[in-house]
Design a protein around this ligand. Structure first.
Ligand code: 5AD
Ligand code: SF4
Length: 450
């Protein structure tokens, strides 16, 4: 019998999607997937390196897995996959001698043969090579994290090289999947009963397939907005996409959202900073005015579109005046949600050479000030939902109360509500009665029940 494998996933949705793909391949090769490290012969850690803290977590976890040996059982084989694997490469073996296997970000389809080499006695097995010609993104529904919400990668990698960011090095150059392959996968998922599709990529709107096949009948100014229309045309109930890159955000994306109600009312458009000086040093390829023009197109849409963003505070050289520009931009954008990060120096990025001039205490102060501002804006936005109905995909019982269920709205807000016999996987209207800082609460709108 072949061994049992457990994959533990850290980081972004791309890693979740990669884990699903890896599990599909392993099961096909005869491995059994297990639900915990304790019961596995092989433990694979699918890692993230976007900030230092994420990376440190991995090395702590390797230490824990190494100790899973018992008198009756050898410790599991340990493999590191994902971004840390690709970036650190062979040095992982030196720093963590317990690691048997290093699997780069494009070796997902070769994992079973790599495990076999380790089991045959080979030491320090490593694969940092590119994907092979003709590889297709094959994910079995059995390996998907949810039976209702599916992640569908449309573009891998990144060509933008923002000065702070490690992703172009860990994930390589942008590579788009063909529209035909994507649409075929979405149709399969729909037939299996999936209710919501997330089209994912580091920069989805930089989507640029080699051929236009599959996009021809669909009007639109960019390949991405045509892909959105093609995917919407499959009739899938809810379609979301993330992340969008400001420079490539064409207003035609907003037009597509206006044409197709099943394209959800949410855009994640990270700005990173509100200061033109900092944006330049970040090499973002846009200034605050360019960004605000995109926001204007989103805010003046005939649909009320929810807008979220990412911001880094304490980038090298960020002065108080730059931070105030960021505060001003956040006031102007009125985000529905904001992810705030303290700058974290990443080895091998251009910003590594910049002097990390902002003290930790000052980073914390800016973080908290921005968080407070966002909370006040957000609570106003959330209060506006009281008395309104939102469409919710029911995901599970709420962790807070056995009487409540929880899910997300089309605009990507967490909505909790009295369960009243509702089941996971249902889509229903919830009438909002209460707004909390990060979630909405309500009751199922009667007329919407079957
Ligand atoms: N330091 C802090 N935050 C970072 N991000 C990316 N790289 C860094 C870094 N070196 C943030 C950006 C990005 C999000 C996914 O992570 O805001 O949009
Ligand atoms: Fe990183 Fe910039 Fe690429 Fe986003 S667009 S992944 S921030 S380099």
């Amino acid at each position: 019998m072949k061994s049992t494998v457990y994959i533990e996933t850290f980081g972004c949705q791309m890693n979740v999607a990669d884990t699903e793909r890896a599990a599909t391949g392993l099961r096909k090769a005869g491995y059994e997937m297990t639900a915990s490290a304790e019961t596995a012969d092989v433990v694979l850690l699918n890692t993230c390196s976007v900030r230092e803290r994420a990376e440190r977590k991995i090395f702590r976890r390797i230490g824990e897995v190494r100790k899973l040996a018992s008198p009756t059982r050898k410790r599991p084989l340990i493999g590191v996959m994902g971004c840390v694997a690709q970036l650190e490469g062979p040095s992982i073996f030196r720093n963590s001698p317990a690691v048997d296997l290093v699997i780069g970000t494009r070796a997902t389809d070769r994992i079973s043969s790599l495990i076999e080499r380790v089991q045959d006695g080979e030491k320090s097995v490593i694969d940092l090579e590119e994907r092979q010609e003709g590889e297709v993104w094959d994910v079995s529904p059995a390996e998907r994290r949810s039976p209702y919400v599916a992640f569908v990668p449309i573009i891998e990698g990144c060509n933008k090289f923002c000065s702070f960011c490690i992703v172009p090095y860990s994930r390589g150059r942008e590579k788009s999947r063909s529209a035909q392959e994507i649409v075929a996968e979405v149709l399969r998922l729909r037939a299996l009963g999936y209710k919501e599709i997330h089209l994912i990529g580091q920069n989805v709107n930089s989507y640029r397939p080699k051929s236009q096949a599959g996009l021809e009948p669909y009007g639109g100014a960019t390949p991405f907005s045509r892909l959105l229309r093609a995917v919407a045309d499959t009739g899938t109930e809810r379609i979301k996409f993330m992340t969008s890159f400001p420079r490539d955000f064409h207003p035609d994306i907003v037009s597509a959202l206006e044409e197709f109600p099943n394209l959800c009312d949410w855009v994640h458009l990270p700005v990173q900073s509100g200061s033109d000086r900092v944006l330049k040093a970040m090499r973002r390829g846009h200034n605050s005015e360019d960004y605000l023009r995109r926001v204007e197109a989103i805010k003046t849409s005939t649909r009320r579109l929810s807008l979220t963003s990412d911001i880094i505070v304490g980038f090298p050289g960020e002065l108080e005046a730059d931070f105030e520009d960021t505060m001003r931009l956040v006031r102007a954008c009125e985000y529905d949600g904001l992810f705030i990060f303290k700058y974290s120096k990443r080895k091998g990025t251009p910003a590594e050479k910049f002097e990390d001039s902002v003290t930790e205490a000052e980073k914390t102060r800016r973080f908290l000030a921005l968080e407070e501002l966002q909370e006040s804006i957000q609570s106003r936005i959330y209060r506006d939902y009281v008395g309104r109905r939102v469409s919710v995909l029911v995901e599970r019982q709420s962790a807070r109360s056995a009487e409540d269920m929880t899910g997300h709205s089309t605009c990507q807000k967490v909505v909790n509500f009295r369960s009243e016999g509702t089941a996971a996987g249902e889509i229903l209207d919830v009438l909002i009665s209460q707004a909390k800082p990060y979630s909405l609460y309500g009751e199922v709108a009667r007329e919407s029940r079957p």
